[in-house]
Structures are given as C-alpha cells and as structure tokens.
Design a protein around this ligand. Sequence first.
Ligand SMILES: C[S@@+](CC[C@H](N)C(=O)[O-])C[C@H]1O[C@@H](n2cnc3c(N)ncnc32)[C@H](O)[C@@H]1O
Length: 254
Amino acid sequence: MAHKAYLKFKNLLPASLKEALSTVNQHFFARRTLKRKYGSWFEVDWRKKFRTMSDEDWIRAYDDVWKNHHNDCLDETDSTLVLEAISQARHRTQKPITDILEIGCGYGTLAMAMTKAGYTVTCLDVSPEALRKAEERARGENIHITWKQGFAENIPFPDKSFDVITCCHTLEHVKDLAATVQAMKRVARTAIIVLVPKQRFRLYAENYHTQFFSSQEDLIRAFGLARYECIEIDCIEHEGEFQGEALFYVGYVE
Ligand SMILES: C[S@@+](CC[C@H](N)C(=O)[O-])C[C@H]1O[C@@H](n2cnc3c(N)ncnc32)[C@H](O)[C@@H]1O
C-alpha cells in the first residue's frame, strides 16, 4: 500500500526531480538498504557480476531467489492481456494456435491461466526450485503442464516447436539478450509475446535485472521483426510482485 502510494507520488514529480532523487539514493543509500532488507542470500552486486557468472552459479542464484522470496510478478490483468493477444494472433495470421512455450515461468501463474484457457503449455525456467513450486501448485489444481529446466539463451527444443512463445518479466533477467531473442525466434511458429518493465539502468535494485528497456523502440529493435505491436501498460495498481510501468510486445515471425 505504502509502496503504491510512493510510486503514485513519484510519478507526479517532474522527470528531472525524479532523476535527481534516484541518483542521490543510488550513490548514498541503495546498496546498504538492500543488504539490510534482504540479507545474505541476495547478491547486491549482481549487475556488476552477472556477465562473468557461470551457468551453475546462475541457477544457484535463482534457486536462492525462489527459496527466499516470492517472485510472482504477473497478476490476472496481465494473464488476460496475454490471452487476448494470443486470440488476436490467431485471427491476424489465420493460423491455429495450440502449443505454447512459457519462458521464465516462475510460479506458473500465466502457464496455469493459458492451460485453463485450453492451450497445451510447456514451461521453461532456469530455476529447479521455481519449477518445483509451480509444478506443486499446478498439481494441486489438477492442471497438466510440461516442465523443463533450462536457459532462455539456449532453448532446449527443436526449431518451430511452438505456435506461440510467451515471456513475461523474464527478458530483463537474461545474461545474453541477443542469444535469447534468436532462440525465441527459432522455436516460434507464429508469435512471440513479451512483457517487460519499462525502466532505465540503475546499478543497485531489488532485482536481478540485466537488460533495460526504457522505451518501446528498445524492445522493437531487440526483436527486429517486421510485423509487431508494442504498447505501454500501467501496472501500478497490480496485485503481483511488480508494480510500475511496463512494455507489452507481440511480434509475428514469418
Ligand atoms: C521475475 S521472475 C518472473 C516469473 C514469471 N514469469 C512472472 O512474471 O511472475 C523471472 C524468472 O526468470 C527465470 N530466469 C532467470 N534467468 C533466466 C534464464 N536465463 N533463462 C530462463 N529463465 C530465467 C527466474 O528463475 C525467474 O523464475
């Protein structure tokens, strides 16, 4: 509640004042505040270190995230938006859509919503702990999903395996953006749906973000697809872990 009020208040400030406050916070307070808030499991220097991190360390770091912190960013509104985008993609391309790969599934919120809507869903996440939690949750609701551990940069499925790829609140976490985009385009038959926070680089933050999309153009350029839709969405009132401004992209592969 207090966080939402703070976000609303911050949004009312002129951009230059927001920027100045953020710079002061980054220089003098952020690192110490985060260390105190999260404790030893949280890698406060993630943005300095992530480029040289091994795959094993990456997996361990995200397992620690899922053991210590509930990282379910999506809320119902986002799931509805994704489901609408899938229907639109079917109408637009006149291609059937049945098989969906959800990348960075986390706690499985979107995967479960898509399965309930009748799609056959496969989930990929780097963290075995996230997959374990999501699988347990889905089993509790009698929902069948295929779970796979792996990296978005090196998607462990053959070319054109899925009609649609969804990737929400995850593209900003990958080590190699170009490799991830290439892998997504390789396994998609029809459309790629992406949701990312709209944000600029800050060295210290409450999350392990590595890629920053400050405008629609950043996302559009990253995928380089000729046919796409991209909009800004306001998630400040959302119930999930994430509250803020975001970008929503639907790209069509030929
Ligand atoms: C912020 S969570 C988002 C989870 C979920 N999509 C949501 O919106 O609630 C990011 C997820 O990406 C996963 N992840 C991080 N790096 C990854 C990578 N390189 N490949 C695949 N998944 C990754 C994490 O384990 C985590 O589950």
